[in-house]
Design a protein around this ligand. Structure first.
Ligand SMILES: Cc1ncc(COP(=O)(O)O)c(C=O)c1O
Length: 370
C-alpha cells in the first residue's frame, strides 16, 4: 500500500467551484478575480503566432519578457525572476527560505496560497490578527518569532482588497530583523498604482535594494492573462540566484511569454482596463453600501461584502446562483459571513446588485448612474 507523506495527507486540495449556471441562464463569474477584459488583441495575435515555435523548450531565462518588464519598471533585468504564475514564485520562496525549523508569518486574511506553500515545506505558519480587514503592522511584528524566516504580505490584500500605505510597509520592514525576508505580493498592484498616481509601483521596488525584500507581480489580473500563467518579481540578486535552483526551467510556455511581453509593452491598454474596473468597483461599492452592507475600500478588481451572518450569505448566494451569478464564499478564510465579488462589466455588476437589493429587502434603492 503506497503511503502519502503525512504533511501532504493533512493538506486540503484547492476548492474547485462548481460554476454551472441553471438551464437558460448565462454564467456570470464573479468568483476568480480575473480581468473583466481579454488581453490586448496584439498580445493574442503574438501568442497565436508563437505557436509555430513550440518545438523547442521555452526560454528558461525569459529574455524578451525580462527586457520588457525592466524597461517599463526601470529595473535591472538581473533582479527579475519569472514563474508560472506568481504562485510558482511563492512556492519557490517557501522552498528556499522555510522548513520545519523556520516559520512563516502572514496576516489573518493573508492570501491562502501563503499557507499552502508553507505547508508544502512543513514550515510552522503563523497568522497575525487584522484590524477591520486591514493588515496590522504592529500585530505582524508581534507575531514574528526567533525562528521566523519569511513574512508574506499581499498588498493590496486578497480577499479584503485593502491597502497598506507606503509608510506602514516601510515601518514593517524596519521593524523586522534584517535576516527575515519580507515578501510583498502585489498581484493587484497595478490597480493600486492608479490610486497612488504611481504607474510603475516604483517605491516598493526600491525596497528590494535592502537585500531582504521581494516584490511579486502577476499578469493574471490587470493584464488579463490568468490562463497564460505568468508571474514575475523583483528579487535581490542573492535571492534570485537561489530561486533559479528551485523553480522549473521553462515552466512558462513560449506562447505565454510572447503574450506577457506584448501586454507589458502596452501599458495604456492595461491602465485603461484598471481605470474602467476601478470606476465600476466604486459604483458597485456605493450601491452595496446603500443596502446597509459593509464593504471595505478595495484597491483591487474585487470587493468583499460583509453580511449579517453565514446563514444570510448562504441564502443570498443561493439566490445569486439561481440567476447564474457566482461570487466566492470566504469560509476558507474564516469569513463565512462574507462573499467576495470580482468586478465584471457594469451590466453584470448591476444584475448582481439587483439580486442583493431584492434579497436584503431594499427594493426602493436606486442604482447609481454609470
Ligand atoms: C494575492 C495573490 N497573490 C498571488 C495570486 C496568484 O496569482 P498567479 O495567477 O500569478 O499565480 C493571487 C491570485 O488570486 C492572489 O490573489
Amino acid at each position: 500500500m503506497i503511503k502519502v507523506n503525512p504533511h501532504v495527507a493533512r493538506m486540503v486540495p484547492y476548492g474547485i467551484l462548481n460554476m454551472q449556471p441553471p438551464a437558460g441562464k448565462r454564467l456570470i463569474s464573479l468568483a476568480q478575480n480575473e480581468s473583466m477584459l481579454p488581453p490586448s488583441p496584439q498580445a493574442l495575435k503574438l501568442a497565436a503566432e508563437s505557436l509555430n515555435g513550440l518545438a523547442p523548450y521555452s526560454d528558461p531565462d525569459w529574455l524578451d519578457l525580462k527586457t520588457a518588464i525592466a524597461e517599463i519598471h526601470a529595473l535591472d533585468p538581473a533582479m527579475i525572476i519569472c514563474g508560472a504564475g506568481s504562485m510558482e514564485l511563492i512556492a519557490g520562496l517557501a522552498k528556499c527560505y522555510l522548513d520545519r525549523e523556520r516559520s512563516a508569518v502572514t496576516s489573518e486574511y493573508g492570501y491562502a496560497f501563503f499557507k499552502v506553500a508553507s505547508q508544502l515545506v512543513q514550515a510552522p505558519f503563523l497568522a497575525a490578527a487584522e484590524v477591520d480587514y486591514q493588515v496590522s503592522v504592529d500585530n505582524l511584528l508581534e507575531a514574528v518569532r526567533d525562528d521566523t524566516s519569511v513574512v508574506f504580505v499581499a498588498n493590496p490584500g486578497n480577499p479584503t482588497g485593502t491597502l497598506l500605505p507606503k509608510s506602514e510597509l516601510q515601518r514593517l520592514r524596519s521593524g523586522l530583523p534584517r535576516d527575515v525576508l519580507l515578501v510583498i505580493d502585489e498581484a493587484y498592484g497595478e490597480f493600486a498604482d492608479l490610486s497612488h498616481n504611481d504607474t510603475a509601483g516604483r517605491w516598493t521596488f526600491d525596497m528590494v535594494a535592502s537585500g531582504n525584500t521581494v516584490v511579486l507581480r502577476t499578469f493574471s489580473k490587470a493584464y488579463g492573462l490568468a490562463g497564460a500563467r505568468v508571474g514575475w518579481g523583483c528579487f535581490p540578486p542573492e535571492v534570485a540566484a537561489e530561486m533559479r535552483k528551485v523553480n522549473n526551467p521553462g515552466s512558462i510556455a513560449t506562447s505565454s511569454l510572447a503574450a506577457a511581453a506584448r501586454v507589458m509593452r502596452d501599458q495604456s491598454y492595461m491602465r485603461e482596463h484598471c481605470t474602467m474596473t476601478s470606476g465600476i468597483a466604486a459604483r458597485f461599492t456605493d450601491n452595496v453600501r446603500t443596502l446597509g452592507l459593509k464593504v471595505p475600500q478595495s484597491f483591487t478588481n474585487f470587493v468583499l461584502i460583509e453580511f449579517a451572518s453565514p446563514e444570510e450569505v448562504a441564502r443570498i448566494d443561493t439566490a445569486l446562483r439561481a440567476e447564474g451569478i457566482f461570487m466566492r464564499g470566504m469560509g476558507g478564510y474564516g469569513l463565512s459571513n462574507c462573499l467576495r465579488a470580482t468586478i465584471a462589466n457594469e451590466q453584470d455588476m448591476n444584475s448582481a446588485f439587483s439580486i442583493l437589493r431584492e434579497q436584503t429587502g431594499q427594493t426602493q434603492t436606486t442604482i447609481s448612474p454609470t
